[in-house]
Design a protein around this ligand. Structure first.
Ligand code: ADP
Ligand code: MG
Length: 299
């Protein structure tokens, strides 16, 4: 695992480290474009790992305030990528760009491109519902609907017009199993989701998000309201989930980033300072700001 992942990393210091290969598997055949700010080095592909999400020259302003500046990075399929950085550095803003949640904010201006699975998510022909189907989100504060456990999980598939009752039962069970919650709730599916503990509610939200089988799972500080045991459960779960999904997690907890993620992006004041294999970031960061942050000198 580490060796394959290491191949994905630019040996050279500085700039964004992860490379996309020109490998074609799902209808796109592209290396890293020359004008992305992600400079090619020696021309050879560094990795066979495919990017799931390609962010290029992303800028975001809230009114006059620049919250993200010239962000370019590739997020690789079936990896856990963590966004870290001090409060207010733009982690949530960047995460929310990936399913266009910032569109709803007044006075927001966004430039640059984001491709997910090769599709430009700002393409006017792309239905927002189609995007949300492919990109699930779990929020900081668990937010189950005031419905039964079953109906929370069935919610997305139902909206999509799915399916017969028996098929729905299967989806609900599969999603709850994937979220490591099935054994705890199998006998109480018709009880209110609000009767669950905080940690169970958060796993229910994960089950709800994956019930529609998205490609990408976004998590914004998913454990920050949870106790250590519930946190450990979710962290454990992530190692399983990444076999099926591409996971992006925002966390202010650096130990958590180090434990759960394969890659880490360090943001500071709206810019991407460093992006690399997690172990590289934590053991041998190449930027002084990264080192200062992870050693607790600020933030
Ligand atoms: P983080 O998640 O890293 O703590 P955020 O992405 O929430 O940071 O915020 C980045 C910056 O953008 C902060 O300065 C924050 O105050 C500002 N910001 C976030 N959301 C909004 C909003 N809806 N309107 C105006 N400014 C915002
Ligand atoms: Mg945040």
């Amino acid at each position: 695992m580490a060796t394959r992942a290491e191949m994905a990393v630019e040996e050279q210091r500085g700039e964004v480290s992860v490379r996309a290969s020109g490998e074609s598997q799902r209808g796109y055949n592209r290396g890293v474009p020359g004008d992305t700010g992600v400079q090619g080095q020696g021309g050879e592909a560094r990795t066979r790992m495919e990017p799931m999400i390609e962010i290029r020259k992303l800028n975001l302003k809230y009114g006059e305030k620049l919250a993200l500046e010239d962000i370019s990075l590739d997020i690789l399929k079936h990896q856990v990528t963590a966004f870290i950085g001090p409060s207010g550095c733009g982690k949530t803003t960047l995460l929310r760009c990936l399913n266009r949640l910032n569109d709803l904010v007044d006075g927001v201006t966004i430039t640059g491109t984001i491709r997910i699975g090769g599709t430009d998510i700002n393409d006017p022909n792309l239905e927002i519902t189609e995007l949300r189907k492919r990109v699930g989100m779990v929020f900081q504060k668990s937010n189950p609907f005031p419905k039964t456990i079953y109906d929370n999980v069935a919610y997305g598939p139902r909206i999509q017009g799915l399916p017969r009752r028996s098929a729905m039962d299967e989806i609900v069970e599969r999603s709850l199993r994937s979220a490591a919650l099935w054994d705890e709730v199998r006998d109480r599916l018709q009880e209110s989701a609000l009767s669950l503990s905080g940690g169970q509610q958060q796993r229910l939200c994960i089950a709800r998000a994956i019930a529609v089988e998205p490609d990408v799972l976004l998590m914004d500080e998913p454990c920050s309201a949870l106790d250590p045991i519930a946190t450990a459960k979710i962290e454990e779960l992530m190692a399983d989930l990444k076999k099926q999904y591409t996971i992006v997690i925002v966390t202010h907890n650096m130990q958590q980033a180090a434990r759960v993620s394969d890659y880490t992006a360090f943001l500071y004041l709206g810019t991407l300072i460093e992006y690399d294999l997690t172990k590289q970031i934590f053991v041998n960061p190449s930027k002084k700001q990264t080192e200062d942050y992870i050693t607790g000198r600020f933030g």
